[in-house]
Design a binder for this molecule. Structure first.
Ligand code: XIL
Length: 421
């Protein structure tokens, strides 16, 4: 919780991280996690029939059923693994729990779910005065029926393009005011779900990567272009959910270009939360990583490691926990055979997670979808060679890829956390 003093864990120094990671010898550090209180870790129910029993067309049947469970491996280290999932009426061929083959992957590997879109304003706010919770209700009921925890994404996506139509260009004279809108939204959503959602992405993407400054949107323009609505969202969330983990979530690209400016802007925001005593527990690092400039995975990791660790050190030094909230790999910049792409994606994920999980403050890792078949990157970032992206732990036919094993390997290599979360 953020209203306690900053954590003073014996987290590894930057130099120790670099040395251990370079030597490939990250081993158990012991000690408590820096986590906010989210209760004991719950394993999903075992799924003895991991191979789907129904095979509706056109959904494919997996040809290989992987052993173990990613979440079980994570849980053995006091950590959690999960994924985004969508609601869909298409059922039989959707990245949804309504698709039995997709559900089998979730139930095998996930201890946590997050709704890919179904809790966003666009989904639940048809107007300034109305709510529609039906899809998220269904998703939460599913998660609970499988003993999976649920994250909430997101109470306030700060990007105006992601506002529902009625909220874009919101008028200064409209009722409710933007202050009442934001407060009312956070109150209403959290009150409805109470402790059933253990961790909230309260605010998403408030810093403009191009400038490192706060973004401007139709609400912030009416509120004075300052952090007041962001602070209000967190304060309201804490009042409504005193035991939930409250997360500021953002891209946190670990590369060059705009990324250093963006990271500096996020650090400023995080420092400001502490200075104003705004209750924020963790930085959500989306983890949409990828290949750029023809670099191999090893080159990508090596070229980013030092700056990234310096950033993560600064974040945890402020007393924040870390959550990898949306892990996937854009392999647009990686050519070669499928086998080469998949192997390098796995190497990239292992390198990325080795760094993240070397922090005891990083307990939870969520993939942004389990199967390449339904990844948002297929439409958001299509490859120029026309072949589908391969961003997820399973391929489009629900066969486990090297990326899944890389996630397991990273959890296995990570320091164990105690249950003192
Ligand atoms: C994406 C979804 O995956 C898409 O289906 C949707 O069309 C747009 O949003 N960062 C976030 C997520 O915080 O909410 C985004 O999800 C991906 C980028």
């Amino acid at each position: 919780m953020s209203e306690k003093p900053p954590f003073n864990f014996d987290s590894l120094t930057r130099r120790e991280h670099l040395a251990l990671l370079a030597a490939g010898t990250l081993t158990a550090c012991g000690g408590g996690s820096g986590g906010s209180s989210a209760g004991p870790i719950t394993l999903p129910s075992p799924t003895p029939t991991a191979t789907p029993t129904t095979t509706p067309t056109p959904a494919p049947t997996p040809t290989a059923t992987p052993a173990a469970s990613v979440h079980a491996v994570a849980a053995a280290k006091g950590r959690r693994f999960g994924s985004a999932v969508a609601w869909s009426s298409a059922g039989a061929d959707a990245g949804s729990f309504a698709n039995p083959n997709y559900a089998a992957m979730l139930e095998r590997d996930c201890g946590v779910l997050v709704a890919e879109n179904e809790l966003k304003w666009e989904a639940i706010r048809p107007s300034a005065t109305a709510y529609n919770f039906s899809r998220f209700d269904e998703m939460l009921a599913y998660a609970e029926s499988k003993s999976m925890l649920m994250r909430g994404h997101t109470l306030f996506w700060y990007v105006e393009d992601r506002f529902p139509n009625w909220a874009r260009g919101y008028s200064a004279t409209a009722v409710p005011s933007v202050t009442d809108l934001v407060r009312g939204h956070v109150e209403t959503v959290i009150r409805r779900y109470g402790n059933r959602v253990y961790s909230w992405d309260v605010v998403n993407e408030a810093i403009d990567p191009a400038t490192g400054q706060l973004r401007s949107n139709s609400f912030s323009r009416l509120a004075g272009e300052d952090t007041s609505l962001i602070d209000l969202a967190f304060r309201t969330a804490r009042a409504e959910a005193p035991n939930a983990q409250l997360v500021y979530n953002d891209y946190m690209d670990w590369g060059g270009g705009d990324a250093p400016r963006h990271r500096a802007g996020v650090l400023d925001l995080l420092r400001g939360f502490r200075a104003r005593n705004v209750p924020v527990d963790a930085l959500g690092i989306q983890g949409h990583i990828g290949f750029y400039s023809g670099q191999t995975a090893t080159q990508v990791v090596d070229s980013r490691r030092a700056d990234w660790i310096a950033f993560l050190d600064a974040v945890v030094a402020l007393g924040y926990d870390l959550v990898i909230t949306e892990l996937d790999v854009n392999d647009s910049g990686r050519n070669g055979s499928i086998a080469v792409r998949d192997q390098d994606t796995a190497t990239l994920v292992k390198g990325y997670l080795d760094i993240a999980l070397s922090y005891r403050q990083c307990r939870d890792v969520l993939a942004w979808g389990m199967s390449d078949r339904y990844s948002w990157l297929q439409s958001f970032a299509p490859r120029s060679d026309g072949t589908p992206q391969r961003p997820c732990p399973y391929d489009r036919d629900f066969v486990a890829k090297p990326m899944r094993q890389a996630i397991i390997d990273a959890f296995e290599a990570s320091p164990a956390l105690t249950n003192a979360t």
